[in-house]
Design a protein around this ligand. Sequence first.
Ligand code: PLP
Length: 395
Amino acid sequence: MTRSNLHFSLDEDIDRRAGPALKTHPIVLGEGGENLFAAGVADMDFKAAPPVLVALQKRLDDGVFGYETVPDGLVPALTGWLRTRHGWQVDKSHILRAPNVLNILAIAASLFTDEGDGVIVQPPVFFDFYDIIKENNRRLVANPLSLRQGRYEMDFEGLERVAAEPRTRMMYLCNPHNPVGRVWTKDELLRLGEICSRNDVLVVSDEIHGDITFPGYEYTPFASLGPTCSNTAITCLSPAKSFNIAACCSAFTVIADETRREAFQVENSRLTANKNNAFANVAMQAAYKDGGPWLDAVRDYLAGNLSAVRSQLGQIPGVELIEPEGTFLLWLDFRALGLNPDELTAFLKNRAGWAVTRGPAFGDQGVGFARLNIACTLSKLKTALDQLTNAILSL
Ligand SMILES: Cc1ncc(COP(=O)(O)O)c(C=O)c1O
């Protein structure tokens, strides 16, 4: 146990079932599933960072919650975070607020593509990308990642092909990539940016997982890589994952291109999606301004959890860990068990007591896989790993 971990009580056992958590709700766990290891929904079981809690308490104590504007410190807190953590100097006038990241993805599709236009995704990928494309009557253009010796890579030849199709207008990039945990390198992002820019394909880069990387890996904001990338980019940012404040925060988009930014602003206003929530603003500002030490402790803790998974899975047959570089989501390869998706879900649920996200939710390429959320206490994770070990050994 590290000192920072002790300092921030990340080992505290918090029963998510005590509140209306989505992760432990019957709509996710199913009826009678309340005692399963709830490791599906992508949030953390940790309390928010102390500076966030203090700031929220102070705001609550003020007791006045009339209409308000964006607090002066919010955007500087975000730009300061991007500059000091990620070396990205963002002009504050390029930042727009949005209710959440999915909303940015949807608005970008509806503003900058037409019905029937193609939007590229790289499966296996975050399932909401599919829903947004479908619900906006856009066309899914899949350019699957390639799995080579346990590591996922982008298929650049495939990308060249699909980007060149006349009605392909946009790409949803997941950087870092949920669920396979790749933290895309500068070279990969530059190559992607060059292909997309040359083919007039806008890159909507979902960077919600950017702050969470494992030792040795560094997240690169796509739009930070010079004008070829920034001119074609719509970046989606949010402190929801990094600081575990998904239920009380909103999101930001960074758009360097003035015409597109203005169009986004007009749409935000048309949809009245530009209102302020006092608690969201306070939580986000405190997180970006003072949450760094807590996030570092969480990253350490997650690295410890990852080691526990790696060492235990290394001792049992039938399941392979796809080594993650970032995110708190692990992509597990159960193909050697030879089970179909329903059988695998039933096995994990009924024999191991695991409620994880089914691989096919991320696309056909996810058949035989499952996504495990490790942002919980180490003791809970170890119990779950023992349950899985017993289930596999008794097969
Ligand atoms: C890649 C990715 N984007 C977006 C979201 C959701 O973001 P928001 O809650 O801001 O809509 C998630 C949540 O799991 C995610 O993993």
